[in-house]
Design a protein around this ligand. Structure first.
Ligand code: PLP
Length: 412
């Protein structure tokens, strides 16, 4: 029998354990010292913005206006090379890929690029490379989206929830876009009759309780259309919650204006999922936009895509998720990049994602641990991929593996 320990003895054990625990985050704390983030880089980003504003002869009010940001998206190498150092080959490559896949970058998102870093993770997400053009693998539509669209604007892959695509437009066209086949040469808002038709479908299908509005980008329509859609949905008794998918919180935070926030606060419960991929994207300006939505009562989630050369690193994802929590954004999903034509150079092995999950659980707040998923072929649904924590089982026990890799018996 173990003798009862004194309080002091117990405390000594706790102190020893605390020392041991500190060791578990030392490598991370060392790694983030040299990891660029939106907060740490902000003075440099403001310098970039000053340069870009001068080029466009834009005032601060222009810059803060999302219509200005949208209208002045950079879409040609002629303008881009005035704003970023590019060599001849890079210009030729961008033009070559650009003739096949559209690109556009908001002035704000462009300002996040460090001009001195050729491998900048923001640049990699928004500026075309020749790898896109050379990629012969993958499919245009690996999800078979066309087979899961009961009406023009709807994608339905689940029993109780569906997507309404409200536009094909985005503030920035991600180089890793999984829906690039839908991103044509022209921006178009979904025609009103297609939205009416989608609403009619929702009205008629009473099991549908969750409506996700996305695109393109769910915030690329005007405030009036958003208000109209939310009004219509709120009149359908079986619609319990509304959601939006938008990357403007990352690429064009100016979009989150007071009017939009007022509309949202009148249409709760409302959830917004956004798409941060790297800590560099979590800037003071982006966080302010997140706070505005949070103050309006909107609950915020993040969907990261695991991207080679951008964020396929356990410490980058941990830092990203911790910075997101500071912006009131709850990490929701990490997606494995599917085989979409023109994006193969971004793909990782699934095992890399599982390793990242292994390095999150236990090492950081449970709030900073999203679900890692692969999209099953043919729109069969998001499927979680997890490290194994149940090692084996017997008649009345299981063997578990803890986050520190200790294998222990657990009575069952
Ligand atoms: C991702 C997705 C949803 C939402 O899925 P959740 O796991 O509930 O976030 C709904 N419909 C479609 C077609 C989707 O692809």
């Amino acid at each position: 029998m173990e003798s009862e320990k004194s309080i002091k003895e117990k405390q000594e054990i706790a102190l020893k354990r605390a020392e041991e625990l500190k060791g578990a985050v030392n490598d991370y704390r060392e790694a983030v010292k040299t990891m660029p983030t939106g907060f740490q880089q902000w003075p440099q980003i403001l310098e970039n913005q000053k340069r870009i504003k001068e080029y466009f002869k834009a005032s601060d009010d222009d810059w803060d206006n999302w219509r200005w940001q949208l209208k002045n998206r950079i879409t040609t190498t002629k303008v881009l090379k005035e704003l970023l150092p590019l060599d001849k080959k890079e210009v030729a490559d961008i033009d070559k890929t650009g003739s096949q896949y559209r690109w556009a970058v908001s002035p704000y998102y462009l300002s996040l690029i460090d001009p001195d870093n050729p491998d900048d993770p923001v640049k990699r997400q928004c500026i075309p490379t020749i790898e896109e053009h050379l990629d012969q693998g993958g499919h245009d539509d690996p999800m078979g989206e066309e087979y899961t669209s009961p009406t023009a604007a709807i994608t339905r892959r689940y029993a109780d929830r569906l997507i309404i695509k409200v536009t094909n437009q985005c503030a920035m066209y991600c180089r890793h876009c999984q829906r690039r086949r839908a991103i044509g040469e022209k921006d178009f808002a979904t025609p009103r009759e297609h939205l009416e038709e989608a609403l009619e479908y929702v009205r008629k299908n009473e099991e549908v309780r969750d409506i996700l509005m996305t695109g393109g980008d769910g915030f690329m329509q005007d405030n009036q259309t958003i208000a109209w859609l939310l009004d219509e949905l709120d009149q359908i008794p079986h619609v319990e919650i509304k959601r939006f998918g938008s990357r403007t919180l990352v690429t064009m935070p100016q979009r989150i204006d007071d009017e939009l926030c007022n509309i949202f606060s009148e249409h709760l419960p409302l959830y917004v999922n956004t798409h941060y991929n790297h800590p560099l994207e979590v800037t003071p300006k982006a966080r302010e936009a997140c706070f505005k939505l949070a103050r309006a009562g909107v609950s915020l989630g993040n969907q990261t895509v695991l991207l080679k050369g951008v964020n396929n690193d356990p410490f980058v994802i941990r830092k990203l998720n911790q910075d997101l929590l500071q912006a009131m954004v709850r990490p929701y999903y990490i997606f494995h990049a599917k085989a979409v034509k023109g994006t193969s150079h971004f793909r990782t092995k699934v095992e890399e994602g599982i390793e990242i999950m292994e390095k999150l659980r236990g090492y950081t707040s449970g709030l900073a641990v999203p679900t890692f998923v692969v999209n099953a072929p043919l729109g069969q649904g998001k499927t979680p991929m997890l490290p194994e924590y149940m090692v084996s089982s017997g008649k009345d026990y299981i063997m578990i593996r803890t986050w520190e890799n200790k294998v222990l018996r657990y009575e069952n």
